[in-house]
Design a binder for this molecule. Structure first.
Ligand code: SF4
Length: 625
């Protein structure tokens, strides 16, 4: 059932006023894969009256006042994707399309959506009930962070938005706890998974270096990031706090991860798997093509790739759904009028992490001093693909299902590490669950860059490739591997890209097509490297290509844009790129100037001795619910 998004729907339900209004940067899609929808249904199940406003017009009161004022709180999220990532390419150019907007034209989501929507609420509802931020955008910006788009270190988004609370990570439990507290008039500040602003220092908390210090001092910023990162596991995390002006940002420990039963419950709601009819005249919502008939089997990711925000947002611990819950969802999907027989994906952040976890981690928290998969698969992780194989087989047998695809990312190092069922799993995928190609993400081939990324080495990739070729040949169908790579990651210069190009041509016999320019999203290890030129985990310096032209050159080199490597500047396409880069350079300069003037961005990084020793240009200032 859709949650109401108009007064008319409220009236049909017999509701005069809502308890909670959720405001989102996406159009409202009712799906278990969309955070705001899940949160809305959780609150409704807990007995609250909830409505949703998707993509309100920030230039008028029409949309935001559509449902009236709630009695308990406004919940504000940027949507499924950080609004800056949704609106700008890695080169800073505007993105034209948006998969979560009806019609696909990217003209509905404001930059820094959570700030824009919090301001929108405040400007039309004076002295209103609390404004609560949530979702990925707020979660990654909950403490001081480097913001790539303004090229500066910003305060917590809670300060910038003037909201009252921020719920980070996956907030099903914390949002219901908050609603209950506000309803009963109780103190909310002890709720786990919640950030708030305090005039005083909390008892027994871990202090992060002050905001004024971290924006001026690289080492303090790195120390801050490490304390933040190490206090992210619900089993071991402590309260952390950081002075940001005269007040403190306080982050309570995260909520415990949902149990299997609780995660199953989240998937039991009656989702419509469609955009709300409110958007019927706006055109197709592209995201539905992939999410409508996809199944999420688990949450979390212990891959911890340095550039990825999943470990910070969802955590390093996997919670898997029960097989019966997944099969029951498949049966529901088969009854959907638009279902033609294809399950588009059975997966999660990484497809093959379903069904097992490290016992030590579940009991006493993730290790601080080592990673689960890097540089090698930890012995504590008893990888076993058996449950996934049997799950995929069972889904295939559900009446009405014709094909079942696995399109989520696959960790090939885990397949190799599973001595019992890894090969069986790979054979199963090749035989039944890929359609012509299997997409994998080695990201690079250079050992130093791979080390910075936290990704396995090329030996593992080549070993996997051989197995894939062998089993594909045995299977008799023409299928192939396609590879994702990243250009412009910290540690990577033109030489490393040339090496990668050479590796692709000579070892993989492959012409890269899927190359992403590194985007420094807030609060990741790679972003810290990009901002400071130092790996925050090891303290080692690393080269960072920051110039837009240099970054584009890396991309062009790998994509074999003709005329670039041997005859720079003569090819039309390359000339075109240069022109755009120059424009971006000017925009950057302009932004930097704006940033300098902004009250949030005063101050500069000091050059550390290490910076000077390396002759590295250091930035003046310094990136569901
Ligand atoms: S023991 Fe290994 S698998 Fe378990 S949490 Fe530590 S690093 Fe991860």
């Amino acid at each position: 059932m859709f949650l109401p998004t108009s007064k008319k729907e409220m009236e049909k339900l017999g509701w005069k006023q809502l308890d909670i209004i959720l405001v989102t940067g996406d159009c409202y899609i009712d799906s278990p894969l969309v955070g705001v929808s899940v949160i809305g249904h959780c609150l409704q199940q807990a007995g609250f009256k909830v409505g949703i406003i998707g993509q309100p017009d920030i230039r008028s009161s029409d949309d935001i006042s559509r449902l009236g004022e709630p009695t308990l709180f406004w919940g504000v999220t940027g949507g499924c994707i950080d609004s800056m990532v949704a609106n700008k390419t890695a080169s800073g150019k505007p993105r034209r399309s948006d998969d979560y907007t009806p019609g696909g034209v990217n003209n509905k989501r404001p930059d820094r959506a959570v700030i824009a929507y919090a301001n929108l609420v405040r400007s039309h509802f004076k002295n209103t009930v609390p404004i609560v931020l949530g979702g990925l955008e707020a979660s990654l910006r909950r403490v001081a962070h480097y913001d790539y788009w303004s090229n500066c270190i910003r305060k917590s988004v809670l300060f910038d938005s003037k909201a009252d609370y921020l719920l980070f990570s996956m907030a099903e439990k914390s949002v219901v706890a908050l609603a209950n507290c506000l309803k009963e008039g109780l103190d909310c500040t002890t709720i786990r998974g919640l950030c708030y602003i305090s005039k005083t220092v909390p008892e027994h908390g871990v202090e992060l270096p002050d905001f004024e210090l971290v924006k001026n001092d690289t080492n303090a910023f790195i120390k801050m990031f490490n304390l933040f990162y190490r206090n992210n596991d619900p089993v071991t995390a402590k309260v952390i706090y950081q002075k940001q002006d005269t007040r403190y940002l306080v982050q309570n420990p995260p909520q415990p991860y949902l149990t299997q039963k609780e995660l199953d419950n989240v998937h039991r709601f009656e989702y419509m798997r469609d955009a709300h009819p409110f958007y019927a005249n706006g055109g197709a919502v592209k995201a539905l093509e992939t999410i409508r008939f996809s199944i999420l089997t688990h949450r979390g990711c212990y891959g911890e790739c340095s550039f990825c925000a999943i470990a910070v947002h969802q955590g390093r611990t996997i919670t898997s759904r029960s097989k019966s819950s997944i099969i029951s969802e498949v049966k529901t999907i088969t009854a959907h009028p638009l279902f033609k027989g294809n399950i588009m994906d059975v997966g999660g952040p990484t497809a093959n992490m379903y069904g097992f976890e490290c016992e030590k981690k579940a009991k006493s928290g993730a290790c601080d001093d080592k990673a689960c998969l890097f540089p090698n698969v930890c012995k504590g992780m008893k990888i076993d693909h058996q449950q996934q194989i049997s799950l995929l087989n069972e889904i295939k047998r559900v009446p009405g299902v014709k094909r079942v695809f696995v399109t989520s990312g696959i960790r090939y190092d885990m397949i190799l590490a599973d001595r019992n069922n890894g090969i069986n799993y790979l054979k199963t995928l090749i035989r039944d669950h890929i359609s012509g190609q299997m997409k994998i993400a080695p990201e690079h081939s250079d050992p130093v860059v791979l080390h910075k990324m936290g990704k396995p080495g090329i030996e593992t990739l080549l070993q996997f490739r051989e197995l894939f070729k062998k089993f594909t040949k045995e299977d008799g169908k023409p299928q192939f591997l396609s590879y994702y790579f990243i250009a412009g990651h910290p540690g990577c210069g033109l030489e490393e890209m040339k090496e990668l190009k050479h590796f692709c041509t000579n070892k993989l016999e492959y012409t890269p097509e899927q190359v992403q320019l590194f985007t420094p999203t807030p609060s990741t290890r790679s972003t810290m490297m990009y901002c400071t030129g130092i790996d925050p985990f090891t303290g080692e310096s690393c080269f960072v290509e920051k110039k837009a032209t240099g970054r584009e050159k890396q991309l062009s080199l790998l994509l074999s844009i003709p005329g670039f490597i041997h005859n720079e500047g003569t090819h039309n396409k390359y000339k075109h790129t240069v022109r755009k880069d120059e424009k971006f350079g000017k925009e950057n300069k302009h932004r930097d100037e704006k940033c300098r003037k902004s009250k949030h961005t005063e101050g500069k990084f000091k050059k550390t001795k290490r910076d000077i020793d390396n002759g590295r240009h250091h930035p003046k200032k310094s990136k569901n619910f």
